[in-house]
Design a protein around this ligand. Structure first.
Ligand SMILES: Nc1nc2c(ncn2[C@@H]2O[C@H](COP(=O)(O)OP(=O)(O)OP(=O)(O)O)[C@@H](O)[C@H]2O)c(=O)[nH]1
Ligand SMILES: C=C(OP(=O)(O)O)C(=O)O
Length: 218
């Protein structure tokens, strides 16, 4: 089954606030953009992915992610992450009513196409399913097969909410790169250890050395 991915990207100036100690205001927007670029590029390289729609109002993110091949949708109705995802899924299905749709976070800089392929193949077995994040508390991917509502409930403790909503928790092996979202300096070190994409590696190269030491407060 081929999937349409919906990837939400918050305005870069406000994104990744939990990385503030590791990366100050001057570099954090560039880091958030690099995460999104590496996520979208890897997603578009995955054979199970038909297309990628990015929901964002950020002009720079829109230009850069469009250049990679993503369709850019307005961040409507300006009601936060879950409203943006519901809007994105509806827009995808307006164009192709039978689409299988999956929401994927934009902060997966180590994402590998082959690992995303394993997750999406597993998702194809269920009407609605999700993948928990590396911390085991959140969600990095929520999938809805043809004819099923996405029903996004991302945010703090979303693993529990997605389970309670009836979505099946996926447990494919060897998909660390799909689980490794980056919220903190420790997450960023973990993503770099897995092997982050080229844009993230370049953006991290611009950080002061202390940002990635384990004494940065995380
Ligand atoms: N389009 C859109 N995307 C959002 C919004 N809020 C969060 N996101 C995206 O949702 C995904 C998960 O975001 P979070 O990690 O919860 O938030 P964040 O802003 O990136 O990081 P924090 O500021 O540290 O919470 C990322 O891809 C964000 O860019 C929103 O209001 N609109
Ligand atoms: C939005 C989520 O991600 P984060 O852990 O980045 O807040 C989530 O896990 O539902």
């Amino acid at each position: 089954m081929q999937w349409s991915l919906v990837i939400p990207v918050k305005a870069l100036a406000r994104a990744k606030s939990r990385l503030t100690d590791a990366a100050g205001d001057a570099v954090r927007p560039g880091l958030a953009l690099a995460f999104a670029q590496d996520t979208v590029a890897a997603a578009l390289d995955c054979p199970e992915v038909r297309d990628v729609a990015v929901v964002t109002d950020d002009p720079l993110a829109g230009r850069e992610l469009s250049a990679l091949g993503a369709l850019i949708l307005a961040d409507e109705p300006a009601g936060g992450l879950n409203a943006a995802l519901a809007h994105g899924a509806a827009a995808v299905r307006f164009r192709r009513p039978g689409a299988a749709v999956a929401a994927l976070n934009a902060d997966l800089p180590a994402l590998r196409p082959a690992e995303l392929e394993r997750v999406l193949r597993a998702a194809g077995e269920f009407p609605r399913s999700f993948l928990a994040d590396a911390a085991g508390i959140g969600t990095t991917l929520l999938a809805a097969g043809p004819g099923r509502e996405l029903g996004p409930a991302f945010g703090v403790d979303s693993r529990r909410r997605h389970l309670a909503s009836g979505a099946v928790e996926l447990a494919p092996g060897a998909v660390d790169s799909v689980r490794q979202d980056v919220d903190t300096g420790a997450d960023l070190r973990a993503a770099l250890a897995l092997g982050a994409g080229a844009r993230t590696v370049a953006a991290v190269g611009a950080l002061p050395l202390r940002a990635l030491s384990s004494g940065c407060g995380y």
